[in-house]
Design a protein around this ligand. Structure first.
Ligand SMILES: [Cu+2]
Length: 409
């Protein structure tokens, strides 16, 4: 077995992560991480399928669908059917490339579709660039969270269908972390394969601006989970974040859980985006008949019963300047839409997140062809910034301090 020095370092980090994370049940929900006592590495070699690229063909763009797993997901009577996996250093199809589009999916090992109608949920997946700092939370979270998806599986269309020469740059030596949380609402164990499709341009064309991801969360930098309330309307607002980066917004989308209606993004107290939830738009997002969500013989008081969030609307414009104050508010109406419950019937916690993507240092007036920049956002809260670096033991320190800061004492 060939193990390079670099890989050995990663294995050390990986072991440390796994060792620390598996030692206790805890909540460390930044970036959607929630340990369910079963963190492990997806050891299998990912499967890769080439697809036809949709944007920037003149730049030699490529589209590839990568499968991760398989993951065994326990039945609903074990830990509410939830399981989490964290893998450090996954293959995303390219290095030294500009990623312009991403979308997650969930399948069975035979390639067939898995969703709420088959009682298998892509509860969350998150990608982290371990070599960068998170723009909003700095060293208080691990790495830079540049992609996330709930079961609604929204596309992250960084270039807005090829109308912006912009994308997320992945460096040749960047290490990508992959978190996935899966949920099984069936009485039997199920096996899932997570897919992420990436469209990218090899290299870094000089005409392309680098995208900076901005993760805003009702839990701020300490958690992504808040308690739900039943049969009522309620909302949570995030802490205000003062922008430490300038850029044109190319894409923004919210994430909430069932029971949620929309995520509002405010800039300097004005709404710049309402990301609205839609429910049950396709059969995958409607419970199979005889769902366990209501007992036999009970009549649903809600017409939306058994329907789950199937998409969130996006926004594709806006401008962020240094010092602009950003916040989000997640709105819920659990009278109208059924909130998620645990196996024992108690309410599951909810989330409220918005991901904004900025073409860094670009202004709204200068769209395509703007001067590219390699500057990165440096978080004002990143006192431990230097800890996360590309090589050596410092990476270990950085990851560990990031994890410890998540409060699992
Ligand atoms: Cu969530």
């Amino acid at each position: 077995m060939m193990i390079s020095v670099g890989v050995q370092k990663l294995l050390i980090v990986s072991c440390l992560l796994l060792g620390v994370l598996s030692s206790t049940r805890h909540e460390y929900a930044q970036g959607h991480i929630r340990d369910r006592d079963n963190l492990e590495s997806a050891a299998t070699i990912p499967n890769e399928t080439s697809l036809t690229p949709e944007f920037f063909p003149s730049e030699g763009s490529k589209r590839t669908k990568i499968s991760y797993g398989p993951f065994e997901v326990p039945n609903m009577n074990i830990n509410n059917g939830m399981i989490s996996h964290f893998t450090l250093n996954i293959d995303i199809g390219c290095k030294d490339c500009i990623v312009t589009w991403m979308q997650a999916g969930l399948e069975y090992p035979d390639g067939s579709y898995a969703n709420a109608n088959t009682s298998l949920w892509l509860h969350h997946t998150v990608l982290y660039n371990m070599n960068n700092l998170d723009t909003v939370c700095g060293a208080n979270v691990q790495g830079e969270r540049f992609f996330a998806s709930g079961n609604e599986r929204m596309e992250v269309d960084l270039s807005n269908s090829g109308t912006n020469t912009a994308g997320y740059f992945v460096g040749a030596n960047d290490t990508i972390g992959f978190l996935v949380e899966l949920m099984n609402q069936a009485m039997e164990n199920q096996t899932a394969v997570v897919t992420i499709t990436y469209e990218y341009i090899p290299g870094h064309p000089t005409t392309f601006n680098e995208i900076t991801p901005v993760w805003l969360d009702i839990g701020g930098c300490s958690t992504s989970e808040m308690p739900a309330k039943n049969e009522t309307t309620f909302q949570y607002t995030s802490p205000v974040w003062s922008a430490n980066v300038t850029g044109r917004i190319t894409f923004e989308v919210g994430h909430i859980h069932d029971g949620g209606t929309y995520v509002q993004i405010a800039e300097n107290n004005s709404t710049i985006c309402d990301s609205q939830a839609s429910y049950g738009q396709t059969p995958g997002y409607v419970d199979p008949s005889g769902s366990m969500s209501m007992g036999a013989g009970m009549v649903s008081p809600m017409s939306n019963m058994g329907k789950h969030i199937s998409s969130m609307s996006k926004c594709t414009n806006g401008q962020l300047n240094l010092g602009d104050e950003l916040s989000i508010t997640a709105y819920y109406n659990t009278s109208e839409y059924e909130a998620m419950t645990n196996t024992d019937g108690s309410l599951s916690s909810i989330m409220g997140i918005a991901l904004l993507y900025l073409a860094a240092n670009e202004t709204a007036a200068s769209t395509t062809g703007a001067t590219p920049t390699t500057s990165r956002a440096v978080s004002s809260s990143s006192t431990g910034a230097a800890a996360i670096v590309t090589t050596g033991p410092a990476l270990v320190v950085g990851v560990l301090s990031g994890m410890l800061a998540l409060g699992f004492a």
